[in-house]
Design a binder for this molecule. Sequence first.
Ligand code: THU
Length: 156
Amino acid sequence: MKKELKIEYRQLKHWNELPDTDQVLVKKANSVMLNAYAPYSDFKVGAAVLLANNTIVTGSNQENIAYPSGMCAERVALFYAGANFPNQKVETLCIVAKGDLISREDLLSPCGGCRQVMAETESRQGEPYRVILVCQNDEVIIFNSALDLLPLAFGS
Ligand code: THU
């Protein structure tokens, strides 16, 4: 039997078309991105997570000379949220990045490891949360559920 998976997302030309509350997340993600430690890839990533109690937690990628020991921005932020606000549901995750590793027009797309963590954050809290991806040319892609980014996820 042939089946199809459908993924819905919205696209905006510029993140300044987002509602004010989301623009705050973009700005927070952009400012924490400056704290990225990325001497090996020269690719800086910032993530901002809005929790149900209106707290915003942020993270940036932190690399290491032993490459696998580094950590992506999304996971730094989500793990910080889990460690410090274990009972607060994630409402929105916003991601920004800067660097030549991908071109300005390319979609800023979370890596597979981050998608797995994003998916489990959602299945664990039993409620979908929005994911806002801001490309380097300021275009935005918005998903209404993190699981949309990892169809047929292990453990979901
Ligand atoms: N990176 C992130 O922080 N998030 C992603 O979703 C993709 C990649 C980081 C990891 C590494 O420090 C650098 O970007 C280059 O891959």
